[in-house]
Design a protein around this ligand. Structure first.
Ligand code: NAD
Length: 245
């Protein structure tokens, strides 16, 4: 039986991915703030370290698939957005590398966002600090004139870059690493964005040629696809799923 870890497994895309992979026969270890096999706060370095310890114990150091789905939007403080979205993803990816290398046809799919490419964030001090792995500097950069959009989209841009930066080492080690960049997807996270006085209008006016928001099950289907044998030659890629936005 394949062993798979999903963070953010209690809600939205993570919950849909958990359900889909369990239906396919995986043993899924869920990680979240609540309603999960492992309770951990990924916004804190101690929470991430504890999550890694508990995951490695639960899977006995051998893992087949990983879907780090936990994420937060601009409704939370800016440092929390950076810490959960970037460090809660990248520290866990790196921390599970050895366990994945010991797995069967191992693969990981990180969650980016189509918002990552809606502004030229590449050279901002915030994104540079994230990619340098400097959490304190990333928080300081946000304190210096940052806003929710930079924190969210910048952290997602950095996740996509972190995935691509690892393509060489991970590919040579036989562990596939890709990302999905969803557009607006009907989850509690999107509902809170739509209700936001500052960002709600922007979300409602997003051009979506297919004329609707995505469903979490649709994103989960692509995550399963990218984790599975049909994409055995797909590596270091970012797959957009946003209705054409
Ligand atoms: P969601 O709010 O439904 O689920 C997010 C999950 O992450 C929740 O279960 C939450 O408890 C968990 N989480 C939040 N903070 C945490 C923390 N500190 N420690 C541990 N777990 C924590 O949101 P969703 O829409 O399913 O989002 C899943 C991922 O998809 C996120 O990374 C999000 O940024 C990304 N995404 C979502 C959309 C969208 O429109 N819904 C679009 C692009 C990308």
């Amino acid at each position: 039986m394949r062993t798979t870890v999903i963070t953010g497994s209690a809600s939205g895309i993570g919950a849909a991915t958990r359900a889909r992979l369990e239906a396919a026969g995986d043993r899924v270890i869920g990680v979240d703030l609540r309603d999960a096999d492992i309770l951990a706060d990924l916004s804190k370095a101690e929470g991430r370290a504890a999550a890694l310890r508990e995951i490695l114990t639960a899977c006995d150091g051998r893992l087949d698939r990983f879907g780090p789905c936990a994420g937060v939007n601009q409704s939370l403080p800016l440092p929390t957005i950076a810490s959960v979205n970037y460090f809660g993803t990248v520290e866990l990816i790196d921390g599970l590398f050895d366990a994945l290398q010991a797995g069967e046809a191992p693969a990981c799919v990180a969650i980016c966002s189509n918002s990552a490419r809606m502004s030229p964030f590449d050279e901002t001090p915030f994104v540079r600090a994230l990619l340098a792995g400097d959490e304190a500097q990333a928080h300081a950069a946000l304190a210096d004139g940052g806003n929710g959009f930079l924190a969210y989209a910048g952290s997602k841009l950095a996740v996509g870059k972190a995935v691509r930066h690892r393509a060489d080492a991970w590919g040579r080690a036989g562990v596939r690493l890709n990302a999905i960049a969803p557009g607006a997807t009907r989850t509690p996270l999107l509902e809170s964005t739509l209700a936001d006085p500052q960002y709600g209008r922007f979300a409602k006016e997003l051009p979506i040629p297919l004329g609707r928001f995505g469903e979490p099950e649709e994103i989960a289907g692509i995550i399963e696809f990218l984790l599975g044998p049909a994409t055995a030659f797909v590596h270091g890629a970012i797959w957009y799923a946003d209705g054409g936005t």
